[in-house]
Design a protein around this ligand. Structure first.
Ligand SMILES: Nc1ncnc2c1ncn2[C@@H]1O[C@H](COP(=O)(O)OP(=O)(O)OP(=O)(O)O)[C@@H](O)[C@H]1O
Ligand SMILES: [Mg+2]
Length: 368
């Protein structure tokens, strides 16, 4: 039953309000496709347009322009006057708040969408049992939902959204109301459950870790734009944009000027006569200002052997965290962070160190 989702040139401009008199696009020309059975996570900060995108797919929101097709059928195409209502889209939805019926038992909650869809009574029991066993709540079937924990309630919501075998499952920050430990457990469960059923899923979150664990692919959004949509390891190893790099933990930003380039290899002047070799992400021209993003765990202090991209530095501060230590080091007049894993402390404040910045993990972007 899983279907492909195709979103083309989606744009949503909300009418101006008192608070925001100038209408700005909440979604600005977003296109992506989710293959049948694939999980795509939209990741981005608050207000970037994740929920609006999801609501447009659900049919709860009408986009200003663009098209949405599910399983090859056009569901949203405002230019052609096509706007299929939510209930006719056969989608499952799970939200942040536990949208369960408080006056019903677990089984009655899960049965509800089947009744509403007129599924034959004889078929209902089997579907309900299957959904409850999938979320491991079979033993709780006759409990009132008010006597469940937050995580169990969210599993009821999940069972209820999957019991009628929807074409696509839409999830909007379903774990954010749970405590940290439960969030981690349900995060792993969610992927397993969705994959076992083979559902196509669109999952929205601002939690980077959640996105990496859950998504077959992750789409990073900012200000209504989809910056990059790629497999988690590609996003972490080849971020297309400095914002994406920052979102994957590349919190160090070294500034400089591009001196020369050879394909994706660039030489960047970073300080008093020093040159950093970087991997360029875009079509930056020599002479341009460049920002180089780098993860603290990729900054090496006291490398074993001499090599390129090594510079004299000084330890400015140290933050021992038990299983890792974060050092601030001053190098070519800029300050960056280095993260060393392990419980031993290897450097002291004011130590002179050799700082190695491996070229393949120094990502250079045009600084505009
Ligand atoms: N009904 C509405 N009327 C006017 N503006 C809206 C409406 N809903 C959302 N917006 C605006 O559209 C933008 C995108 O909102 P959206 O809810 O999609 O963000 P989000 O990425 O889901 O954020 P969060 O992580 O906080 O849930 C925001 O600037 C928001 O203020
Ligand atoms: Mg939201």
């Amino acid at each position: 039953m899983s279907s492909e989702l195709r979103v083309e040139n989606l744009r949503k401009i909300f009418p101006p309000t008192k608070g925001t008199p100038l209408a700005k696009a909440a979604i600005d020309d977003v296109s992506f496709t989710i293959a049948a059975g694939e999980i795509v996570v939209l990741l981005g900060p608050s207000g970037c347009g994740k929920t609006t995108t999801l609501r447009c797919v659900a049919g709860l929101e009408h986009p200003t322009s663009g098209r949405i097709a599910i399983g090859g059928t056009m569901y949203t195409d405002p230019q052609a006057g096509v706007l299929v209502p939510p209930r006719a889209r056969n989608l499952g939805m799970v939200f942040q708040s536990y949208a369960v019926w408080p006056h019903m038992t677990v089984r009655q909650n899960v049965a509800y969408p089947l009744k509403a869809r007129g599924v034959k009574r004889s078929e209902q029991a089997g579907l309900i049992e299957e959904a409850l066993s999938l979320v491991e709540l079979s033993a709780y079937a006759d409990r009132p939902v008010t006597q469940l924990s937050g995580g169990q309630m969210q599993r009821v919501a999940l069972a209820r959204s999957m019991v009628y075998q929807p074409q696509i499952l839409l999830l909007d920050e379903p774990l954010s109301n749970l405590d940290a430990q439960l969030r981690l457990r349900l995060r792993d469960d969610l992927r397993r459950i969705i994959k076992r059923v083979g559902l196509t899923a669109l999952y929205v979150t601002h939690d980077q870790q959640e996105a990496v664990v859950l998504g077959d692919r992750i789409g990073v959004m900012r200000d209504g734009n989809l910056l990059q949509l790629a497999a988690p390891d590609e996003l972490y190893n080849r971020p297309a944009d400095i914002f994406v790099a920052g979102f994957t933990g590349a919190s160090n930003v070294i500034t400089g000027r591009l001196v020369s380039r050879d394909g994706v290899r660039g030489e960047v002047a970073v300080g008093s006569g020093e040159t950093l070799i970087v991997r360029l992400a875009g079509g930056t021209a020599p002479g341009s200002a460049v920002s180089v993003a780098l993860r603290p765990d990729n900054v090496l202090l006291e490398p074993a052997s001499p090599g390129p991209n090594q510079f004299p530095g000084r330890v400015v501060s140290r933050n021992y965290q038990g299983t890792q230590t974060v050092y601030e080091v001053s190098v070519f007049g800029q300050t960056i962070e280095a993260l060393e894993v392990g419980s031993s402390i290897r450097h002291a404040v004011d130590d002179t160190v050799t700082v190695a910045l491996p070229a393949e993990v120094c990502w250079g972007y045009g600084a505009g």
